[in-house]
Design a protein around this ligand. Structure first.
Ligand code: ATP
Length: 370
């Protein structure tokens, strides 16, 4: 299997749009990397540059150590799957899967037949080779599209929103299935999605894209827990974000004045007093205090920081939502802020209208650039 490297890749379309503004990444052999970001941020253009459907305006693309920047798609040895499956409607499933191998001209009929059977087993659809595409469900057609891409044993698999047109349940099943197949054959994979949940659950690493650039590249846990920017924090998962100014830095902790509340956060990125910053707190990092009254000594009416390095907010639950294994609470603090808190299901009986206090430890508050 093979790695993929992009160095300084830029793409300006003929109309003048600079869709990709210089991206660098080394994708290891066998790695599953997801390009995730909002619509129009340049994900598909980056993927198409790897596939060879677009030539970069600047920079280079290497696959398996060979420069392919200007090589046409058929010389790159990649398999691609699109959102709309793109199966050939007039061909049987067998013919669809065999297509790439037939086009190569390097295989005997016996080899092709054996490989098609192997691929049908891999995607767990044995015996459908004689059917036409419209005799399969959407999810089954997408598995066949995957089998077709994998049949010629490409060096890398490139997936452009392949699950986007499936309903939620099927989509979740296919996420697991796709990952199983990818790991089983150990193929280097680049996956494009604007669905942050999908990116977080499937990937070895994510590249979060914004306006033609990679904002952050890293394993899902790291990008989620340790976002480099306000954009990444906001785009991936739910984030409580407090904008403010650093009023002091002491013993490795920054005190951030956010107007209605002073938040203590582990000092990062060399912040110093006077810097504008944003404090990111993930909803599951808040804890309910036993009762609002018990915190009267440490919290101001609008929330405050106690000596133990936690910040406490008091307010009222306005909304409660069951998410299955967890429960999401929306709080309005006494200073009028909206806070989202997530706790494990069954852990407490609080509900709308209840007065509560929630606390967050300084080490669970992440500073990012404002
Ligand atoms: P989406 O999630 O909506 O598919 P994306 O992140 O994949 O978006 P791209 O399709 O790569 O984004 O598009 C990036 C930018 O380049 C957009 O502003 C888009 O309008 C522009 N663009 C894409 N294709 C072309 C083209 N062929 N000619 C001119 N501009 C283009």
């Amino acid at each position: 299997m093979s790695g993929i490297s992009l160095a300084g890749v830029q793409k300006r379309y003929p109309g003048g749009v600079l869709a990709v503004k210089g991206v660098d990444i080394d994708i290891e052999s066998g790695e599953f990397v997801t390009l995730v970001g909002p619509s129009g941020c340049g994900k598909t253009t980056t993927l198409r540059t790897i596939a060879g459907f677009e030539t970069p305006t600047d920079g280079s693309v290497h696959i398996d150590g060979n420069e392919v920047t200007d090589a046409p798609p058929y010389e790159r040895d990649t398999g691609m799957v699109f959102q709309d499956f793109a199966l050939f409607p007039h061909m049987t499933i067998h013919e669809n899967i065999a297509y790439g191998m037939e086009a190569d001209g390097d295989y005997t009929t016996e080899e092709i037949d054996a490989r098609v059977e192997e691929m049908l087993d891999l995607v767990e659809l044995p015996g459908v080779g004689d059917r036409m595409p419209d005799q399969l469900s959407g999810g089954q057609q997408q598995r066949i599209a995957l089998a077709r891409a994998l049949a010629p044993q490409p060096k890398a698999l490139l997936l452009d929103e392949p699950l986007a047109s499936l309903d939620k349940q099927l989509r979740e099943q296919m996420q697991v299935e796709l990952r199983r197949i990818q790991q089983e054959i150990g193929i280097t994979t680049v996956f494009v999605t604007h669905n942050q949940e999908e990116a977080l659950t499937m990937s070895d690493r994510l590249a979060v894209m914004n306006d033609g650039q990679f904002e952050q590249v890293g394993p899902p846990e790291e990008v989620y827990n340790d976002p480099d920017s306000r954009f990444v924090a906001d785009f991936l998962g739910t984030a409580n974000i407090f904008d403010g100014t650093v009023s002091a830095v002491e013993n490795g902790y920054a005190l951030v004045d956010c107007g209605d509340v002073s938040l203590q956060a582990a000092a990062q990125n060399g912040v110093s007093a006077g810097d504008d910053t944003s404090v990111v707190i993930r909803p599951e990092r808040f804890r309910f205090e036993d009762s609002a009254a018990s915190n009267a000594g440490v919290a101001s009416a609008d929330g405050g920081t106690n000596a133990g390095g936690t910040t406490v907010f008091e307010g009222e639950i306005t909304f409660k939502r069951h998410l299955g294994s967890s429960v999401e609470f929306h709080l309005e603090t006494d200073s009028g802020r909206e806070i989202t808190v997530v706790r494990r299901s069954g852990m407490d009986k609080r509900g709308p209208g209840d007065r509560v206090a929630v606390s967050v430890a300084a080490d669970d508050c992440r500073l990012v650039e404002a």
